[in-house]
Design a protein around this ligand. Structure first.
Ligand SMILES: Cc1cc2nc3c(=O)[nH]c(=O)nc-3n(C[C@H](O)[C@H](O)[C@H](O)COP(=O)(O)OP(=O)(O)OC[C@H]3O[C@@H](n4cnc5c(N)ncnc54)[C@H](O)[C@@H]3O)c2cc1C
Length: 473
């Protein structure tokens, strides 16, 4: 079997070597002719079309150790797929050995200590489902099919970030298999350098096998959901958004989505495909207080649809899933913002008016709050001055429409990037974004990360990520 090496050229593994390796594993090994290979090799973004030489669906830590040792022994290019949701397709690579972590998706909750121990192949929905059994939640993102590991290693934010910070701020321990195939634990007491690097530095140091999250009482119900108006009402909606976000308690998170109306049952059929503005809300505190706080949203103008109601937290966490299916084509540009000025609102409306596909959107997501309270060097995720994130999210179906949609995203971004803090979110970077964008995301942390990389992965075995080069190499 031909497989890429770390140095570039392919090596030939004999059948005997490969068969011997397979006897060490509990999990399935998939070749391109096997059922399941296609599902493993493809990722959320159909713009990425890579074909690993073979896939191992690791059944547990012992499989991960066997894989890392095998890759090291034969100098193989290794890629690791968590939830496969990275827009740049960092979880897959042509000709590589892929570790697909999807079978390692169990979650154990210690309700007394308020900690969830989640295996690295979990998607967000796995963790939300198990933690909500105890009325608890971890700080995660807002599309339930996203992988916990890619999200957390890059920072992570969602509806609870304003209360408790980035997802990575709420990690208390990480278990990882090193390039030597050794299982180590990283936390504040044990391997603190590695622990620091993992909270923003991505999968640069080894294969993460599990993450321990601090949990908080949330739900079972929150006040959440969207209210939508015709785009012609956008000036008033954006004005209210600016006002509410200025004085918002940390329990309140608000997002603006400007896009063509999706064919959702809560929106009138004759409006599907027409330009709308949505305010998406989550209030995770006391329900009666929350109802008072969201009242101005519900009474504004003439909404086309209003499903901002008391609902289970897990339901809110998967509300956007249908709008973000695997297999569409996606291209994004994002910036962190220090605030939302009225001149930015003008631009948001202008560029939303030029959207080229029924699935694309311009999004403002409210951050700030707890994440602002830590020092910038608390972990590499940094960006502690962030108050909002602006996302220009292109999404379409046909390859022939690539140029038109990418062009729309780039133009809108060029026109709005001056509003940025100068920082961006590493997990939202697309394939064509290079070192200067990684620097915008990680800032001064890169130097310290490269020293940690030199200690833990000096040969840069883990390189299919936003790669940090080992120091002095
Ligand atoms: C629809 C959608 C919604 C999103 N919503 C949010 C959101 O609300 N909040 C937010 O913060 N982000 C969000 N994101 C961005 C998300 O954080 C990134 O896409 C993230 O990379 C996804 O992680 P993954 O495990 O699914 O990705 P993958 O593509 O599987 O992996 C991403 C990177 O992590 C590495 N990796 C994965 N597992 C391991 C492991 N076990 N050990 C070592 N390295 C590993 C991979 O090798 C790769 O480099 C969203 C993305 C999408 C597509």
């Amino acid at each position: 079997m031909k497989i890429k090496t770390l140095n570039g050229p392919e090596t030939n593994l004999t059948q005997e070597t490969f068969d011997r390796f397979k006897t060490q594993l509990y999990g399935d090994v998939l070749l391109s002719s096997d059922a399941g290979y296609e599902d493993s090799r493809t990722v959320w973004n159909a713009m990425i079309n890579k074909k690993p030489a073979f896939v191992v669906r690791c059944a547990g830590v012992a499989d991960v150790i066997a894989c890392v040792k095998f890759a090291r022994e034969h100098n193989l290019l290794l890629c690791i797929k968590g939830g496969g949701h990275n827009i740049a397709g960092l979880g897959t690579a042509d000709g590589a050995m892929m570790l697909d972590m999807c079978s390692m998706n169990s979650v154990w909750v210690d309700s007394k200590k308020k900690i969830a121990h989640a295996q690295a192949g979990c998607i967000l929905g796995d963790v939300d489902r198990e933690t909500q059994v105890h009325g608890l939640a971890a700080v995660l993102g807002f599309v339930s099919r996203t992988g916990i590991t890619g999200l957390t290693l890059g920072g992570g934010f969602g509806y609870l970030t304003r209360r408790w910070g980035w997802s990575s701020d709420n990690v208390v321990g990480i278990e990882l298999v090193t390039p030597e195939g050794k299982l180590v634990h990283a936390g504040n007491e044990e391997n603190p350098d590695l622990f620091w690097g993992l909270r923003g530095g991505g999968g640069n140091f080894g294969v993460v096998t599990s993450i321990d999250y601090k949990l908080y009482p949330v739900g079972p119900e929150v006040i959440g959901g969207p209210v939508a108006w015709p785009a012609s009402e956008a000036p008033g909606v954006l004005e209210l958004y600016r006002e509410l976000t200025k004085n918002a308690p940390p329990e309140l998170t608000l997002a603006i989505i400007m896009r063509p109306a999706p064919p959702a049952p809560w929106l009138p059929k004759n409006y599907h495909g027409k330009p709308i503005i949505i305010m998406l809300t989550c209030y995770s505190g006391d329900l009666e207080d929350g109802e008072k706080i969201v009242a101005p949203i519900k009474s504004l103008g003439n909404p086309l649809g209003d499903v901002l109601v008391r609902r289970p937290y897990t339901q809110l966490q998967s509300l956007l899933d249908a709008t973000q299916p695997k297999g569409r084509r996606y291209y994004w540009k994002s910036e962190y913002l220090p605030g939302v000025e009225s001149s930015l609102c003008e631009k948001v409306m202008e560029h939303a008016g030029k959207i080229q596909s029924p699935h694309s959107a311009v999004i403002l997501f409210h951050l700030g709050g707890a994440l602002n309270n830590l020092e910038n060097d608390h972990s590499p995720v940094g960006n502690r001055d962030t108050e909002f994130v602006l996302s220009i999210a292109g999404s379409w179906e046909e390859e022939t429409d690539n140029n038109t949609n990418i062009e729309w995203v780039r133009r809108a971004w060029e026109d709005m990037r001056s509003f940025s803090t100068g920082g961006t979110y590493i997990n939202f970077l697309v394939e064509d974004e290079g070192p200067e964008r990684i620097e915008a995301a990680l800032g001064n942390s890169i130097k310290r990360l490269s020293e940690i990389k030199a200690k833990w992965d000096p040969k840069n075995i883990f390189r299919m990520n936003r790669n940090i080069k080992p120091a002095n190499r």
